[in-house]
Design a protein. Sequence first.
Lengths: 216, 297
Amino acid sequence: MTITLYDFELSGNCYKLRLLMSILKLRYNIVPVDFYPDRQHKADWFLRLNPFGQLPVLKDDDLILSDSGAILAYLAKKYDESGQWFPNDPAVTAEVLRWHAVADDITSTASAARLALGFFYDFDIEKAQKGAHRIFRLMDEHLWFGEREGRDWLCSPDHPTTADIACFPYVMLSEEGGISRQDYPALRRWTDRVRRIPGFMVMSGIFPAGRAAEES
Amino acid sequence: MPSIDPITRDLWQVIAATDEVPVGLVEITTLLDVRLALTRDNDGNPVVWRRTDEEQGDEIDPETVLDRLPVITGYGYIWTSLGTPPKELFPIPEYAEADRKNMSCGSIGLAVSAPRAVENFLDMGHFPYVHTDILGAEPHTEVKEYDVEVSEERDEVLATRCKFIQPRAAKSATEAMEVEYVYRVPHPFCSVLYKSCPEDENRRDVIAIFLQPMTEERCRAHLLQSMIDSTSTITDLRRFQQTIFGQDKPILENQYPKRLPLDPRAETPIRADKSAIAYRRWLSQKGITYGVIPMAS
């Protein structure tokens, strides 16, 4: 098999796939796509891969896939021998997909604010920030109650799933969109746990978890 | 609205990469708290004016814009001024060398003042921690002694003999090398660095950061690369630089206060900050007050 990722370094959606492939120890090639400033994701050659004009795109031999959440599910189902990252249990599958949908809402709020402030996209910054805070509040509550019940991750299994990978990047990059995570302690503790998953890798703008907690 | 000191007002200020401004369509931006609109005419020449009711993407006939701000193009960018600018931009002679790959690397918004961003660009101490395994790696964390002067003749800060061990100094690097840097600050909000080129030991890659002060606490970073690299594509080279810049961004945006304090007692420098000390003093002597916290007089 040959996996090729059409990738932009500063894209959180592309990073989701780099992160899962790093955790699953998959080898892959990168084709850099100049999303900014050159807008290559709207160029003819890219639209032939994905008519929706969105990153990321992943090619596995001749199979061409788009949408980060769909590709996370594909990679997990195909290459995760443990079966943990996208579990088969119907109820858990539904939970995971529910959080994949939340991840898309985080993209359209937290990531939109980041694109507006950092890359000068013509979006309503205040509306995007408000939307992100609403989601972060709900996630913080969900995670806080989870901690009380001994659940560390977004879904009910006692291990992370693609739901955690899907929601993680644009939560971590939220400050670039002017969205502070100061008021969401359980959300912050969850981001630390994600950063300690074996095989975790960073992207520009996301730093590794501190060493102190590991030692304590 | 904060007052703009006369030095800042009369400087050329960068506002956009020339090629990225479409012909006949309005781009909007902010410079020194002033709302600007810009476009390019049919010959590709930029036109810049104070924005009134124009919106991003509006169609416009540039001929109808009568009240224009001064414009100069240089190093792939459009520069304007709110005052009376000098005849020319500061020189970067290497840019004209025929075999260089010159490129913009995107204009990126930063929630910090322009002088803070210049100062971060001058700093080597953060390489191993922020640009881990690219521009630095533990245990090679020491910033060795280097020289700093303010050139009277060119009116710029110059740091030379800056050396650092870098695992991956450039896109073209294949192994770790000790890299020598020269930094110039030829404009209060711009810096140019020259670093050993992995491909040709007799020449140096040029990377410049041009900051567009939008407000006193917000700026737009325009990055220029002028590289000796016969194998990488523009997309590859941009990606390398954006990776580095994306790592700097959260660190910069967490600096407090967002304006740069010029009082030497405001923040405690270490030996590695020699260039920053010279930069702050130079800004102070020039009388720059925009985007800084001036020394109490």
